[in-house]
Structure formats: structure tokens, C-alpha cells
Design a protein around this ligand. Structure first.
Ligand code: HEM
Length: 410
């Protein structure tokens, strides 16, 4: 730690391992941006970066700030396909090769064609809620809707069995929880280990089936695709499928959970959206800025770097606080407030630079359609609390559960 950093360190309260901080991170981000824009965090043995311009610079510079250790650090020995890196954990130029291929499947023209299926997925889940609970009562928004909705959509994209959507969700949750593995006991670690084996075994089977009889789905597409005359290897295809499942499930679930939590907290907002559903896209954009599902990204330095008078040594963890950048007062007026018609032209919520989220278009569309359908079908849909229990995670943000009162529209 440098002298200039240690001078401010004792006043800074940010510690990503403290649940009090991750439950309410934004006041801590204000402190960081104001007084320690590059700050050493002892518990993580790394530096947090919190201002918009700095986060953007780091994410754009993949040479100095490498992604290569992202996946190994997150999953450790629980990586289901440890023999090759997934694209999120590759640096240019290797990353470009595989990203170009994946881009083709997620261009707006292709995603727009999925609108009807996405709407059908939302309607189906609502039908099931009504079957279980009747026309009026309570249900858990996270466990009965938002956790199942994106997994249904991505299962369809990948062409995998919908009946297994609860397994997918369980596998993804278990793998992501490997990030906190240092704190877990043997039983919990055994569950993660099993999930890692099961998800691999599942996609090995799908790979064999699709190699023998290809379909219109994305996995068949990856198996057949050629980049510069070369096919993807078996492990590369497995990795891509698992990454899409992980990337496409938790984040959109959390965006929906966060959105409905704030509908309880921010007075009158749901009424406005009901009165004029054309405001829903605007609501989603500002919600992504105001309280995004990904709070932190990881990079490692490939040389000594100096920022704001702090020297970050070579091969050191750098944590980019996307939520802090999205609240930077240098970037946005009234940055701590939710302003429905703000129409933020730029967001940090999907990252920046070479790893900019592949699902940025799909996830927004999913969120808009889900909110539209939910408000259409339910005359009342009100969380019982605006203070839910938040996930125990320093990089992902979302309510663990969200009990809601509901009444079906006649
Ligand atoms: C609201 C929802 C979402 C949020 C907030 C989000 C956020 C992010 C962020 C911040 C990154 C950058 C990672 C980095 O720079 O290291 C990223 C990358 C990625 N996301 Fe998303 N994501 C969302 C939805 C999705 C969906 C639905 C998919 C699936 C289609 C997806 C697939 C990916 C993939 C594959 C990458 C890696 C891209 C690369 O390495 O080139 N994401 N996402």
C-alpha cells in the first residue's frame, strides 16, 4: 500500500466481505469516489476503483488489466471445464476469435425474433403461480417468477430441456457461490462440487446428441461453426454453453428482483408504469443505472500501474465497482436519485470494452416484456417489504426472495 492511500484508508468503511456494506453499498461508494478513488482493500488483497472515468479506462485496456484470472479466481477447482478458458476470462487477441462467433447469435435482429417466446415464458410462469395460489394471495416473486423466467428463455436459445430448468438454476447458483468458497464448510463445498460435475455431464450429453443430429439451436450452431476454417473444440463448445447459462440466468433474475423491490421503495412508480406502459423501457434503463445486478468486475494488472497517486503493483487484483461508477456525480446530475425520465445514454451496468456484455440486448428485452406482462396480468403486485434480504455476494446484487401480495386482473 502506498503512503497516499494509507492516509485515507482509516476513514474508509468499504469492505466487500461485510454484509452491512453489500446490503447498502451506495453510501460507501460516495466515500470511495470522493476520498479514495483507488483504494486498497485488505480483506480482498486488491484495489477498488470507483469513478466512472477510471472504471471505463481499466475496462477498455485489456492489455494492462487482464481478464485471464477472472474465471479461475471465481470458480477455483470447481470450474466444470478447467482445460480451456471461457471467453469472459480471455484477453485479446484470443478473445476476439470466439466473441465474433458468439456475437452472431445475439444481434438485435435475431433477439427481436424471440419476443413471442419470451412473452409466452412469462405468461406460462404466471399461469403456474395462479394454479398454485389462486386468483389472489401471496407468492414469492424471486422463487416463483424471476429466478425461473430467464432460465426458461436461455434454455430455449440453447435448445436444452425445459423440464430441467430448476436443475440449471441450482447448478448456476452453486457455481457462482464458489466465489465465497473460502468461507464454506465441507457439506456446502460438496454441493458445489456435485453441481460442477452434473453441469458438465449434462452438456457432454447434449454435445453428443447435437453432433449426431444437429438442430436449429445455438449449441448445434457452435458445433458446426468454423472460425478461419477451424471448428471449435468440444471443450470450447461446453464452455460457451455453460457461460451463457451462467451469464444469462442470475443477472436478469436479479434485475427483475431489484426492479420490483424498488417499486415498493419509490412511491407511485408502479402506478405510473401501469398508467403508461410505454414508460417501461425507460424504467428499465434507469433501474440498471440506479441499482444494477453486477456490482463488481475483476481484472489483474500485467505491470505496475499508477492511478490517482496510488501504485498498483504488477499481477494485482483490481475490482471495478460498476455500481459506484453508475452513481458518479461527475457523470450524472442527482446521481443518487432514481429519475424515471433520466434516459441515461451510457451505463456501466454491462461493462465496457472488449468484454461488454453479450446479452445486453436480450436481457433488456426480457426485463421489459416481463414487467409488461406482469403488470397486465396482475391488478395488484406488491412486495410485502422494500427491505428484502440481499444475496450474500460482493459482485452480484439482488434480493434472495421477495414475497408479494397479488390479485389477478379479471
Ligand atoms: C441485466 C442483465 C445482465 C447484466 C447486468 C450483465 C452484465 C455483464 C457484465 C458487467 C459483463 C462484463 C464482464 C467483464 O467485463 O468481465 C457481462 C459479460 C457477459 N455477459 Fe452479461 N449481463 C446480463 C445479462 C446477460 C445475458 C442475458 C447473457 C446471455 C446471453 C449474458 C452473457 C454474457 C457473456 C457471455 C459475457 C462475456 C462477454 C465477453 O467476455 O466477451 N449476459 N455481462
Amino acid at each position: 500500500m502506498t503512503t497516499s492511500d494509507s492516509a485515507t484508508a482509516e476513514k474508509i468503511t468499504y469492505d466487500p466481505l461485510d454484509p452491512k456494506v453489500t446490503d447498502h453499498p451506495y453510501p460507501h461508494y460516495v466515500q470511495l469516489r470522493e476520498r479514495a478513488p483507488v483504494h486498497y482493500v485488505e480483506s480482498m488483497n486488491g484495489y477498488v476503483v470507483s469513478r466512472w472515468d477510471d472504471v471505463e479506462m481499466v475496462l477498455q485496456d485489456g492489455k494492462t488489466f487482464s481478464s485471464a484470472q477472472f474465471w479461475p479466481e471465481l470458480l477455483g477447482e470447481y470450474d466444470p471445464v478447467p482445460e480451456v478458458a471461457p471467453m469472459i476470462s480471455m484477453d485479446p487477441p484470443g478473445h476476439v476469435r470466439i466473441r465474433k462467433l458468439a456475437n452472431k447469435a445475439f444481434v438485435p435482429g435475431k433477439v427481436n425474433k424471440m419476443g413471442d417466446k419470451i412473452r409466452a415464458a412469462a405468461n406460462l410462469l404466471i399461469d403456474e403461480i395462479i394454479e398454485r395460489h389462486g386468483n389472489e394471495g401471496e407468492f414469492d416473486f424471486v422463487w416463483e417468477f424471476s429466478a425461473l423466467f430467464p432460465v426458461t428463455v436461455i434454455a430455449d436459445v440453447l435448445g436444452v430441456d425445459l423440464a430441467q430448468r430448476k436443475d440449471f438454476k441450482h447448478w448456476v447458483d452453486s457455481l457462482l457461490s464458489a466465489g465465497n468458497r473460502a468461507a464454506y464448510d465441507d457439506d456446502k463445498l460438496a454441493v458445489i462440487g456435485q453441481a460442477s460435475k452434473d453441469i458438465r455431464a449434462y452438456f457432454e450429453k447434449v454435445f453428443d446428441e447435437r453432433s449426431d443430429s444437429p438442430g436449429e439451436d445455438l449449441i448445434s450452431g457452435f458445433i458446426q461453426a468454423e472460425i478461419d476454417g477451424e471448428r471449435l473444440t468440444r471443450s470450447e463448445v461446453l464452455n460457451m454453453a455453460i457461460l451463457l447459462l451462467i451469464g444469462g440466468v442470475e443477472t436478469t433474475t436479479n434485475l427483475l428482483g431489484i426492479s420490483f423491490t424498488h417499486m415498493k421503495r419509490i412511491g407511485g412508480i408502479q402506478e405510473k408504469l401501469r398508467a403508461d406502459p410505454s414508460l417501461i423501457p425507460m424504467f428499465v434503463e434507469e433501474m440498471l443505472r440506479y441499482d444494477g445486478p453486477v456490482q463488481m468486475l475483476f481484472r489483474h494488472t500485467t505491470r505496475d500501474v499508477e492511478m490517482h497517486g496510488v501504485t498498483i503493483p504488477d499481477n494485482t487484483l483490481v475490482m471495478l465497482l460498476l455500481g459506484a461508477a453508475n452513481h458518479d456525480e461527475r457523470k450524472y446530475d442527482r446521481s443518487e436519485e432514481f429519475v424515471l425520465d433520466r434516459d441515461p445514454k451510457e451505463l456501466m451496468s454491462f461493462g465496457q470494452g472488449p468484454h461488454f456484455c453479450l446479452g445486453f440486448y436480450l436481457s433488456r428485452m426480457e426485463a421489459r416484456i416481463a414487467i409488461e406482462v406482469l403488470l397486465e396480468r396482475f391488478e395488484v403486485l406488491e412486495p410485502l417489504t422494500g427491505e428484502p434480504k440481499w444475496m450474500e455476494s460482493y459482485f452480484a446484487r439482488g434480493p434472495k426472495g421477495l414475497p408479494c401480495r397479488f390479485k389477478v386482473r379479471d
